[in-house]
Design a protein around this ligand. Structure first.
Ligand code: 3HC
Length: 328
C-alpha cells in the first residue's frame, strides 16, 4: 500500500468512514488509523492468550468431569481467539513474531484483569459470568467496527464468549443455590472480581487518551464509561436473580436515566496493575515467556513439516472407487 498521506487522501478516507464503509487491509488508510488498530488488536490478542493462564490453573481441579470438559473447551476457545486476532492484526503488516516479542519484552499491554489470582473454583464461575460478560459487551460493539478483519473476527469470538458467559453464570448460580460454604465461596469470588471487571473497560472517558481518535474512526462505537454502564445495567438484575450481592454499597437504580449508579472505581489500583504491580503480573509474564520458549520446538517442527510439504510432488490421486468396509 502506498503510505503517502495527503489532505485529499485523508478526506476521502474520512468520507468512507462517515459513510459507514468497511476498510480492508489493502485499502489506503492513515498511518494513525493503522497504528491504533495494531495497538488495540495486538493487545486484544495478547489478552486472549494470557487469559488462558488463570483459568488453565483449574483444569486439573475442576469438581466434576462435566465442569472439566467445559473449562478445557473454554481455554481452547481463548487460544483460538488469540489466533484469529493475531491473523487479523498481521493483515496490517506486522508479523506475529513481532507482536509476541513486544508482549514478552513488556512493550505491549494485555488486559489488566488477567493479573488477578484464581483462588477457588468459584473464581472460574465469576470469570465466566463477569469477565466474559464484560468482553461480550465490548466485543459486540467491535463486531461493528470500521476495520473488516477485526469486525469479522469478532463475530465468531462473540458467539463463543457468550457461551462462556452463560457457562460462568451457571457455575455461579449453582454455587449460590448450594451449601452455606459454597454460597460464601461464590460471594467471595464475586467480591474480588467485580471491581477489576469494571476496570476492563479502560479509564474514565476524561482520561482515555485513545478514545477520541478511535471513536472518530468508528473503531470504538461507545466510550469506556458508556460500555461500563451498559455492563452494570445488564449484570445487576442477573446478580439479584440468584441472590448474589455485588460489592458496591452505593449501587442504586436511577429511575430518571434508567441506569444503575455505582460507587467510585479505585483507579489507583488500575494504574498500579498497568504499571506491572498487580497481584500476578510477574507470574503471568513469567508463565507466558516460559510457554513461548518451551513451545519453540513445536513451531520449528511445524515450519519444517510445511517446508517439506511444499517441495514434495503432489500425491497421485487414486481413481479406484472407495468401498464400505465389509462387515465381519
Ligand atoms: N487493561 C490494560 N490496559 C488498558 C485497559 C485494560 N483493561 N484499559 C485501557 N488500557 C490502556 C490502554 O491500552 C491505553 O494504553 P496505551 O495507549 O499505552 O495502549 C491506556 O490504558 C489508556 O486507555 P484508553 O481508554 O485510551 O484505551 P483504549 O481507547 O484503547 O480503550 C479498551 C481500552 C476499552 C480496552 C479498548 O482498547 C478495547 O476495546 N480493546 C479491545 C478489547 C480488548 O482488548 N479486550 C481485552 C479483554 S480480552 C477478553 O476479554 C478475553 C476473554 O476471554 C475474556
Amino acid at each position: 500500500m502506498d503510505a503517502v498521506e495527503s489532505p485529499e487522501r485523508r478526506a476521502a478516507f474520512e468520507a468512507r468512514i462517515a459513510a459507514g464503509e468497511v476498510i480492508e487491509p489493502k485499502d489506503w488508510m492513515p498511518e494513525g488509523y493503522r497504528r491504533q488498530l495494531l495497538r488495540m488488536m495486538s493487545q486484544h490478542a495478547h489478552s486472549e492468550v494470557v487469559g488462558m493462564l488463570p483459568e488453565g490453573n483449574w483444569i486439573t481441579r475442576a469438581p466434576t468431569l462435566r465442569r472439566k470438559i467445559g473449562l478445557l473447551a473454554k481455554v481452547q476457545d481463548e487460544a483460538g481467539h488469540g489466533l484469529y486476532l493475531y491473523c487479523a492484526a498481521e493483515s496490517l503488516g506486522v508479523s506475529r513474531d513481532e507482536m509476541l516479542d513486544a508482549l514478552h519484552d513488556g512493550a505491549a499491554r494485555y488486559a489488566s484483569i488477567f493479573n488477578y489470582p484464581t483462588l477457588s473454583w468459584a473464581d472460574i464461575g465469576a470469570i465466566g459470568w463477569l469477565v466474559d460478560g464484560a468482553a461480550v459487551v465490548n466485543q459486540t460493539l467491535l463486531a461493528k467496527c470500521s476495520f473488516g478483519p477485526y469486525a469479522r473476527a469478532m463475530l465468531r469470538i462473540c458467539r463463543e464468549e457468550n457461551f462462556h458467559r452463560r457457562q460462568g453464570y451457571e457455575i455461579v448460580a449453582t454455587l449460590a443455590r448450594g451449601t452455606a460454604a459454597q454460597r460464601a465461596m461464590v460471594q467471595d469470588a464475586v467480591n474480588r472480581w467485580w471491581w477489576p471487571t469494571l476496570m476492563m473497560f479502560g479509564p474514565p472517558d476524561a482520561e482515555s487518551a485513545n478514545s477520541e481518535a478511535l471513536m472518530r474512526w468508528r473503531v470504538k462505537r461507545q466510550s469506556n464509561d458508556a460500555q461500563r454502564q451498559w455492563f452494570i445495567n445488564l449484570t445487576v438484575p442477573q446478580a439479584n436473580a440468584i441472590g448474589i450481592e455485588l460489592p458496591d454499597p452505593e449501587l442504586e437504580f436511577d429511575a430518571e436515566s434508567g441506569n444503575w449508579k455505582s460507587g467510585a472505581v479505585d483507579w489507583d489500583e488500575f494504574r498500579r496493575v498497568l504499571r506491572g504491580d498487580g497481584p500476578c503480573n510477574h507470574e503471568r509474564m513469567a508463565a507466558r515467556r516460559r510457554a513461548h520458549e518451551e513451545g519453540r520446538w513445536v513451531r520449528q517442527a511445524a515450519q519444517a513439516f510445511e517446508a517439506r510439504r511444499r517441495t514434495r510432488a503432489p500425491r497421485e490421486i487414486s481413481t479406484t472407487p472407495r468401498r464400505e468396509p465389509a462387515h465381519v
